[in-house]
Write a protein that binds this ligand. Structure first.
Ligand code: UDP
Length: 335
């Protein structure tokens, strides 16, 4: 069985990489995206892009019927933690309420498989490391809460209606497609590796290190960075698992090892061959000192074999993408 996969948010960063991985694996794909942060050119030629809002459940239903969709990968949503503190209701609407509508539509139309983009933010500030999937879920911001509520809806809908569900909790996603077909397009992205390669290319004056007095070996925060193409492959494996075995899947998506902010910046300097302009800055509100996963389950259950796990490759692919995007926008301005 090779179901047609509807990818919500397929014009965004992680969604566009998942579309490539699905295509490479031979799954027919349809993208549904309102292009609020995603971009049209991120959708490969030959993949239908339906411009629409998942809040419009009738539109979603029409697409599911029209393309005989058998599986959903649900990436569409809002993802900026600080914004979620200022505009919590936007997060409960875009992430929780719109997911509810989508889940209802899938149950109503008999879509069998639902794969959901969740986040390590559901764990909040963990008491024990590394973080496994049974760790307590106590989000410390509306973003994490809005995603956790969707996890609960999926679990209950699965028990009551037989929906097969895959919940993927992402740690820190970075890098770009090694073949250069996709990358992180969001101009306002605040992610460390993205910001660091922008500073390396002179697109920003400097990079700030948010907090140098944490209780970590070098005083800066530690995160478990995962290459976006390995994460995309995990989605394909999760889908195959649901198609073959059914049931529910809950997995951390990470490599199970962490790098500090200083280590990341050092890797960027090594790749570009010169020092970066770095400022030490105060801590950013709500940043836990370390977030490192226990990643045994995803390996064991899915046979996942990450192929791009070195920090250098994450930096190199992010840099290559950023460089090309900068050149393209320069060429556009000149013409
Ligand atoms: N960070 C930083 N400077 C930046 C962006 C991020 O020092 O310009 C730090 C941030 O405080 C955190 C780590 O890098 O400790 C990863 O942050 P990011 O925003 O990439 O992801 P998060 O872990 O917040 O999801």
């Amino acid at each position: 069985e090779t179901p047609v996969v509807l990818v919500t948010g397929g014009a965004g960063y992680i969604g566009s990489h998942a579309v490539l991985a699905l295509q490479d694996a031979g799954f027919p794909v349809v993208v549904f995206d309102n292009l609020s942060t995603g971009i049209r050119s991120a959708v490969p030629d030959g993949v239908p892009l339906i411009e629409g809002d998942i809040a419009d459940t009738e539109h979603v239903a029409e697409v599911i019927r029209g393309f005989q969709v058998g599986a959903i990968m649900h990436f569409a949503g809002s993802i900026v933690v600080s914004e979620s503190v200022e505009k919590p209701l936007k997060y409960y609407r875009n992430n929780t309420q719109n997911s509810l509508g989508l889940i209802e539509t899938c149950v109503r139309l008999g879509v069998k498989h639902f794969i959901f983009s969740s986040t390590a933010a559901v764990y909040g500030e963990p008491e024990a490391y590394p973080i496994d999937e049974e760790s307590p879920t106590r989000p410390i911001n509306p973003y994490g809460q809005s995603k956790l509520m969707t996890e609960h809806m999926l679990r209950d809908a699965s028990a009551a209606h037989g929906l097969n569900t895959g919940i993927l909790r992402y740690f820190n996603v970075a890098g770009a497609d090694p073949a250069g077909r996709a990358g992180q397009n969001t101009p306002a992205a605040t992610h460390l590796i993205k910001v660091a390669v922008q500073a390396a290319l002179g697109l920003r004056p400097a990079i700030s290190v948010f907090g140098t007095d944490y209780d970590t070996p070098d005083g800066t925060c530690i995160r478990d960075y995962i290459h976006v193409s390995d994460l995309a492959d995990a989605h394909v494996l999760a889908l195959r698992h649901l198609v073959g075995k059914g049931g529910n899947l809950l997995v951390n998506c990470a490599y199970g090892r962490g790098f500090s902010v200083r280590e990341v910046l050092k890797a960027v300097e090594k790749v570009i061959g010169r020092p970066l302009p770095v400022d030490d800055a105060p801590r950013r509100a709500g940043d836990p000192p370390a977030l490192v996963a226990k990643a045994d389950r995803i390996h064991g259950l899915l046979g996942w074999k990450p192929a791009h796990g070195s920090l250098e490759e994450m930096v190199e692919t992010a840099l290559a993408w950023e460089r090309r995007s900068a050149e393209e926008s320069k060429a556009r301005r000149a013409s």
